[in-house]
Design a protein around this ligand. Sequence first.
Ligand code: ZN
Length: 178
Amino acid sequence: MDPLGYSFFGTCWSGIRTGATAVYDASAAVGGVVVDAAAAVGKVTADVAGKTWAAGNTAIGVVAGGVIGGGFISGIGTDISIGNNAIQFENVWFMFGAITLGNSILYAEDFGPEYKIDGVKNKDHERQHTYQSQVLGPFYLFAHLYYGLKAAILDKDWHGPLNILETGPQSNPPRPWP
Ligand SMILES: [Zn+2]
């Protein structure tokens, strides 16, 4: 017997609670997807913005590697590939060591992507400079000249401790920033 209808209200309440929980879970799941999607879109947007910001330096690197280095001309021996967040030019005839300009990397013949210094591959080191370039944009070259010359004069080594733009890339594992 249930003269006051408690079980009826009880049933209604548990129904409402189940429904509300389901709606809450569903909206949290949808919310999560929206947040993830927004974060993904944000990352892609930041990456595109960074590559656009770095485009001036990338263009210098592409001219240096593709035109002067002969990457766009067959038979010169400069290889082009896409990798390490960059257009890569390998076996560039005028290169000593490696250099990153925006989203382009130029490697000397005896200093390719797989060559290791202190256990770090050149490609992993240079990739960090592409990330720096996407943040620093047109200031990338000036910043490298400033800190490189400062280290060259005071540390007597371009890659010395005062060159904070080499500190991260020279770490193991390498990273963009100190
Ligand atoms: Zn470096």
